[in-house]
Design a protein around this ligand. Sequence first.
Ligand code: ATP
Length: 318
Amino acid sequence: MESTQIVIEADGLVKNYGTFQAVRGVNFQVYQGEVFGLLGPNGAGKTTTMEMIEGLRRPDGGHARVAGYDTQKDLAKVKEVIGVQLQSTSLFELLTVEEIMKMYASFYPSPVPVEPLLEDLTLTDKRSGRVKHLSGGQKQRLAIGLALVNDPKVIFLDEPTTGLDPQARRTLWDIILKLKERGKTIVLSTHYMEEAHVLCDRICLMDQGKVVALDTPRNLVLSLQSDSAIEFRLKGLDERTEENKKHLLRELSEVREVKGVELRKDVFVLYTDKLQVSLTDLIEKSAGGVLELADLQTRTATLEDVFITMTGRSLEEK
Ligand code: ATP
């Protein structure tokens, strides 16, 4: 990212649905040319936050500005610079890909040519196919294409790969990265941490309507102060009392160089930045017969670990 020009400002955004506060004072800034991720589990408030920035929902508190324009006061100006991916379920099923693209292009004073856009989205061979016959991935690419016809500076993609198979997801990732290469600013919501890691320059972790952390993927993982995780089950865990499990967690936190310990369902997770030292000590402790380890494995710490450490919940949880 070469420039740090601010393109989006979310300033204390609040949204209430009746007595329920879905977004509770969200602040962030998005820079020119970056892919900015809103990452959080279902219901975290990602869509509501995006819609307030797009000017589609009126905030109950705070302000949003895009390219310096207030999304409430200067909505027409905001619309000129943004492209919003529609949910693919709301596309006109009976039109062909080309027809729907041309129809959207006709809405704007200076749309981009449709042909190269279809090419970029790898939809050229589907141009005469009706929308209803497209696969999930093709529909998502078309939905992104429609967001691009007005050559927007800022593109909003709300969970663009949800429900897609891994290959379709990767095709979309490539398209998003190409848009970034062309200098577009992209705001992307997702609850897939791998997607956020691959695509985003910075990630805003959201939970229950709030920002819990905001940084580059690397710095978020570094904030754990541990680059590795050791996972294992313990035989006979079911028979232990809650008190006993707490005692076990305390004991495990004393394994050498361990920075944090968690019990996720029946899997213990130990965080460390000295994997070998911690692993050796854990195995030595277990050799005494107190702990009977099962399914032991080690892995690199991830954004999911950051999220769980900060909120106590998993990203993929419903
Ligand atoms: P998802 O991944 O499920 O889309 P999200 O992070 O985008 O989740 P939002 O869609 O912004 O979350 O929803 C935030 C909260 O607000 C949820 O608890 C949701 O049920 C609630 N909510 C969203 N829209 C409305 C609405 N129109 N009326 C009432 N509650 C709503």
